[in-house]
Design a protein around this ligand. Sequence first.
Ligand SMILES: C[S@@+](CC[C@H](N)C(=O)[O-])C[C@H]1O[C@@H](n2cnc3c(N)ncnc32)[C@H](O)[C@@H]1O
Length: 239
Amino acid sequence: MWMFSLQRRYLHFSLCLMKKLKGKTPAEQRWLRRQLKDPYVKASQVQNFRCRSAFKLLEIDDKFRLLQPGYTVVDCGAAPGAWSQVAVQRVNSGVTDPELPRGMVVGIDLLNIPPLDGAHFLSNCDVTDPATHAKLLELLPHGKAHVILSDMAPNASGFREMDHEKLITMCLSLIDLAEKILQPQGSLLCKYWDGILAHKLQETLSSVFSSVRTLKPDSSRKDSAERYFLARMYRRPIK
Ligand SMILES: C[S@@+](CC[C@H](N)C(=O)[O-])C[C@H]1O[C@@H](n2cnc3c(N)ncnc32)[C@H](O)[C@@H]1O
């Protein structure tokens, strides 16, 4: 009996897959197959996260307790909003627990970010643009944040070195942002793609943060060059 039910489920799954793959290019088919097999994609649907990246931040935060109730968080490259969903829960900006202090989450992206209770979004804004920094300064309590998160990524050109350099430049711009808005002792978590300039970014971070470590969460795909720097205990640069 169970064998019959298993065969039926397999047949149903294969038919659905064939329907979804119809009319797609080989690259789209590969992407779709990978998505359908990915346990984090399934879990994000079950837990109502906007995308699988939520699990990377959950994993990092479970280990390092970066996001505390009452904290102010700036989420750079926030669309579609999964990291902001995690941040809203962890800093209590949606006041799910009235006993705990209320935090604040501000997300920024070049794209539109669909609204989310407990978060302020600056859609269609460039994180590297001083005009965006000015908007942030107005929004943040006393113009300061406890944590800057960045899962920003440029559109991949397919040229690995070029994409790596572009993302490193974007990460370096976060250090200018930190100088304007990050509290002393604050933290910065930023994604980069590994490559020759990673050490330069690490060195620059180490010049203004007392602790910098490299992270590769289990939920980050093994075959991807994606890594994160977690920089803690910010100290303002001496000029
Ligand atoms: C991997 S996605 C982020 C996913 C997000 N962390 C989440 O959990 O939903 C990278 C995002 O970075 C954004 N991005 C790239 N360059 C940016 C920039 N200069 N300013 C703001 N956002 C940027 C892209 O538009 C894209 O939405």
